[in-house]
Design a protein around this ligand. Structure first.
Ligand code: ZN
Length: 217
């Protein structure tokens, strides 16, 4: 029997400024099987998030942020197929990342076997190597792979930002409960994709900030 519950309020930040040198955009599982008609496990709202994710991708590429794609990857007899049925079979059409968001040569693709992008992968290794401490996490499914990757990142003390229009779930309850959990439990910040700004720290700005600081003394 369906029950109606109220979602406790969580803050949705109008604007979040990030330092692109210390920030990575993590695009989770935007693969044909989850996004495109004919896929094995389609999330009906996922395709509509492509423009928002493209906007983030453009911001990340132009500002020099690191970019990571996760790619759900399974093979014969994978135990996850016992839960969800066959999906994301390595090498299949459904396994490929949607062409609108195709990774470039120099962008990292992390193949993962479970919901959590850190589990059994080299994701943390690269983030530490790059000196990244802030992750903008988007993609699908909001309460599954996005959520467990965000949770795992927050447990490792990365700052987590979720642009809510760039993520999707099967049902609004799942989406809202995941966002509320991220904001409440992990001190993650929720925003919209056009609320994220890459802070430019050019020499002129640095000098004027320095002057301000001196004047304040
Ligand atoms: Zn899977």
């Amino acid at each position: 029997m369906a029950r109606t519950v109220e979602v406790p309020e969580y803050e949705v930040h109008e604007e979040i400024r990030v330092d692109p040198r210390r920030t990575a955009l993590v695009i989770v599982d935007m693969q044909n099987d989850f996004v495109k008609e004919g896929g094995a496990l389609v999330i009906p709202d996922a395709e509509a998030t492509i423009p928002a994710i493209r906007r983030l991708l453009t911001l990340a590429r132009e500002s020099g942020m690191k970019i990571v794609f996760t790619q759900d990857t399974h093979g014969e007899d994978d135990p996850e197929w016992g839960i969800w049925g066959e999906h994301a079979r390595e090498g299949s059409w459904g396994w490929h990342i949607v062409e609108e968001l195709a990774p470039r040569e120099d962008e990292l693709v992390i193949r993962k076997v479970r919901y959590d992008g850190f589990y059994g992968t080299h994701l943390e290794h690269f983030l530490r190597l790059w000196g990244v401490d802030t992750l903008i996490i988007c993609g699908t499914v909001a309460n599954i792979c996005v959520h467990y990757t965000a949770a795992s990142a927050a447990l490792r003390w990365f700052d987590v930002i979720i642009p809510r229009d760039a993520t999707s779930a099967l049902d609004p309850f799942d989406l809202e409960s995941s966002l509320r959990q991220t904001a409440f439990l992990f001190s993650g910040r929720i925003t919209e994709s056009d609320g994220i700004r890459a802070r430019k720290m050019d020499v002129g700005l640095y000098r004027s900030k320095l002057e301000e600081a001196v004047e304040d003394r």
